[in-house]
Design a protein around this ligand. Structure first.
Ligand code: ADP
Ligand code: MG
Length: 719
């Protein structure tokens, strides 16, 4: 907190430091630090009328005080109020000063919950005040979330000072407030911090209270404005359009062993139209597992290569295995067209890496495929025009940063198999154009899903044998053990040994996350070539692996996995002509949510529907993977409950931008301050984000906007 602010609010350094712990850095942060609950100290309840189980304030004279030693040491003070009601105050821990305060004959005011004690009504550890020194409160008393050593009175004083200090003049036009029936911001904040006694406690904690609606609306509006501005900024940026003449794309399409689906054709047209614009493309291509995104990516890359400007394209995938699969696919598709493809990954030998880098730098190679190694500092592109990022939500902060530096002022296509729910698309992803492949290539035999209790494992092993004897292949996915990599490895090795013992006729290989990339690639190559019948794997195969001859997927402890993950895994089979099966092994006992999840995956094959139900079970914050990380974007609004407000904010934002830019600026300054733009950048950190980078994974109070490392890391990003 800045020194002059501390001075203005009369805060000591120690208090300021404690506030920082609560992520409070400005007067505005203080104003938005809202109570957890309230205490009613505005009136005195006659003891006789105080209901058991309720928190009340009573006042009376101490008629008896004693320290008991049985069953343990405790202080008991009995008070009698004016109407003659008697109440015991009991303290299990107490100081001599409290004994004095509660000496016989003293008048005291006590606030606490009324309980039915052994000797009649009592309060345990009530808050004690002397009536002479304190008047009855005019408003309900706020109780704030706090941290060690920061007392409620100190916090209350700081917040009251902040509310005095801040310029809380209304920013939004009166017509808007009337239209949406919202109170002013100043009134809303004052009400929430210091509600009048006339309001009841249930009412005030209800999100439908107009004061809450106002805060939620402001927050959603800030988010919409910031997203729209980011989009405008991108749209107004100038970038050389990529205009294909069709020479390469037509040739690739003609040479494919299949025709594009209508959906593939449509999204390719959308992408091509974007690339022909004179500003950076920022498009997400979403499509269920197996919907055929890779060929669309290849076509997009060819548009860049067809352009007369001599541009390069880069394709980046999050894992070595996936990147290599893309490399093989692209080579197979593009080499017949006379295009050479460079491969760049961390595991390459230095000499090969140097060669690839040199060819990329001088423009001899127009298309590069690889892991994030593509965007390390030592790689310089000659004339990069388009970046394609597969499964981009799986990249961490460092990789995003690297891409951001290299990918500035290029067209960007992101691909994901995890669809964004509509509400999120409307809000967080407002600066993103979305293309959706909503149909699978024809002639897929649907995948049969079976739920099997783990006690029937031997039968499943027999099924594996059967399948492989028909010339097909199988995956066996080991249980997810989140606590430890080495435990996970141990489980995988044990599964391998067990399967090898049970099925000596089969060749069984193991691939796991701890392997060196080259070893992994070797095992994958054997599986692709068919020399391995069964591939035992930790979930490293989750993303993108394409082996059409694999028709059986066994997943152990399916109840431990997330729905999106299960769906992705299941999508590894059903890629060839053979009928495919996915066996979900589960172990008893199953919790309620576990059962519900397995039911969803059992009953549905459509990834979008699964995502929708997943959202229902988990809630939007969790879907984004942000609830665990604590980096929740919205403090007040809730995307599921406040759809109507979101809709209002969505309607108002473009009008304000167009007609009242000074309001836009003031509102953003108030709500985002120095964080301006961070929301726009943020989505790249959690695009359908199943995984948040480590740096933001530190716990902090849910709902609190986090401004440490993680934010700044992501802040700088623009995919
Ligand atoms: P994903 O969208 O999961 O990345 P892929 O691009 O890996 O899917 O495609 C899955 C499989 O479908 C691949 O074997 C691919 O060659 C094949 N495929 C893609 N498009 C078509 C199509 N239009 N007709 C038939 N097969 C297709
Ligand atoms: Mg893919």
């Amino acid at each position: 907190m800045l020194p002059n602010l501390c001075q203005a609010l009369k805060l000591t350094d120690a208090t300021a430091q404690k506030l920082e712990k609560l992520h409070i850095h400005t007067a505005w942060d203080l104003a938005l630090h809202l109570p957890l609950r309230y205490e009613d100290e505005t009136h005195i309840t006659p003891i006789a009328a105080a209901p058991i189980g309720e928190t009340c304030q009573v006042e009376g004279e101490v008629v008896l005080q004693e320290v008991q030693f049985k069953p343990r040491k405790q202080l008991i003070a009995r008070i009698r109020d004016n109407a003659g009601g008697l109440l015991n105050l009991r303290f299990i821990h107490f100081y001599p000063s409290q004994q004095q305060q509660l000496a016989k004959g003293q008048r005291v005011r006590a606030l606490g919950e009324i309980k039915q004690g052994y000797y009649g009504a009592e309060m345990i550890h009530p808050k004690i005040k002397s009536p002479e020194k304190s008047e009855l409160a005019q408003t309900l008393t706020p109780v704030y979330p706090t941290t060690n050593g920061l007392t409620q009175p100190t916090l209350r004083k700081a917040i009251a000072a902040a509310l005095q200090h801040l310029d809380l003049r209304e920013i939004l036009p009166e017509s808007v407030l009337r239209q949406y029936n919202l109170p002013t911001l100043a009134d809303s904040l004052r009400l929430l911090h210091n509600p009048p006694p006339s309001i009841n406690l249930a009412q005030i904690s209800n999100g439908a209270l107009p004061a809450w609606q106002r805060l939620k609306f402001d927050e959603l509006l800030a988010q919409q404005l910031s997203m729209r501005l980011a989009k405008q900024k991108r749209r107004s940026g100038s970038l050389k359009p990529l205009i294909g003449n069709g020479s390469l794309t037509d040739a690739l399409i003609a040479q494919l062993p299949f025709g594009l689906t209508r959906a593939q054709q449509r999204v390719f047209n959308e992408i091509r139209a974007d690339l022909a614009q004179p500003h950076p493309m920022h498009r997400l291509l979403q499509g269920d597992v197996g919907s055929g995104k890779t060929i669309v990516a290849a076509l997009a890359a060819l548009v860049a290569l067809e352009d007369a400007g001599g541009f390069q394209a880069a394709v980046m995938a999050p894992t070595e295995i996936l990147a290599e699969q893309h490399y093989i696919k692209f080579k197979q598709w593009l080499e017949p067209l006379g295009i050479s493809v460079a491969w760049l990954s961390g595991s390459l030998k230095k000499r090969d890496k140097d060669q690839a880098r040199a060819a990329i730098a001088d423009g001899r190679i127009r298309l590069a495929i690889g892991t994030h190694a593509l965007f390390q500092d030592d790689v310089a592109f000659h004339n990069l025009g388009l970046v394609i990022v597969d499964e981009q939500h799986r990249f961490g902060v460092a990789q995003r940063l690297a891409l951001k530096n290299k990918g500035q002022d290029v067209h960007q296509l992101m691909m994901s198999a995890t669809p964004i729910p509509r509400t999120l698309a409307m809000s967080f992803f407002a600066d993103l154009d979305v293309s959706t492949i909503d149909e699978l290539p024809p002639n897929r035999t649907p995948i049969k899903t079976k739920l099997v209790n783990n006690v029937r494992r031997a039968e499943v092993e027999g099924f594996v044998l059967n399948t492989c004897q028909k010339g097909q292949q199988a995956y066996w996915v080991c249980p997810l053990i989140e606590e430890s990599d080495s435990l996970q490895l141990k489980a995988a090795t044990e599964t391998l040994a067990e399967l090898q013992a049970a099925l000596p006729q089969l060749n069984i290989g193991l691939v796991h996350g701890r392997m060196k990339p080259a070893e992994k690639a070797e095992i994958m190559a054997q599986f692709v070539a068919g020399s391995l019948n069964v591939l035992v794997a930790t979930t490293v195969i989750e993303v993108g692996v394409d082996v059409p001859n694999a028709s059986l997927m066994v997943i152990e402890h399916a109840e431990r996995m997330g729905l999106a993950q299960l769906h992705q895994l299941r999508g590894r089979v059903g890629r060839g002509a053979a009928a495919s099966t996915c066996v979900l092994l589960f172990a008893e006992p199953l919790g309620q949510v576990g059962k519900q999840r397995l039911k969803v995956i059992y009953e549905n094959t459509d990834g979008f529907e699964i995502a929708r139900q997943d959202l229902e079970i988990r809630g939007a914050g969790d879907f984004l993977g942000v609830r665990q990380s604590g980096a929740m974007m919205l403090r007040f609004a809730n995307l599921e409950q406040d759809l109507e407000l979101l809709e209002h904010a969505r309607q108002l934002a473009p009008l304000l931008i167009e007609q009242q830019p000074e309001i836009v600026q003031a509102h953003l300054e108030r709500w985002l301050g120095s964080r301006e733009g961070f929301m726009a950048a943020w989505f790249s950190g959690c695009l359908s984000g199943m995984k948040q980078p480590e740096t933001v994974a530190k716990p902090c109070r849910a709902g609190m906007i986090k401004r440490e490392l993680g934010w700044h890391g992501i802040h700088a990003l623009r995919f």
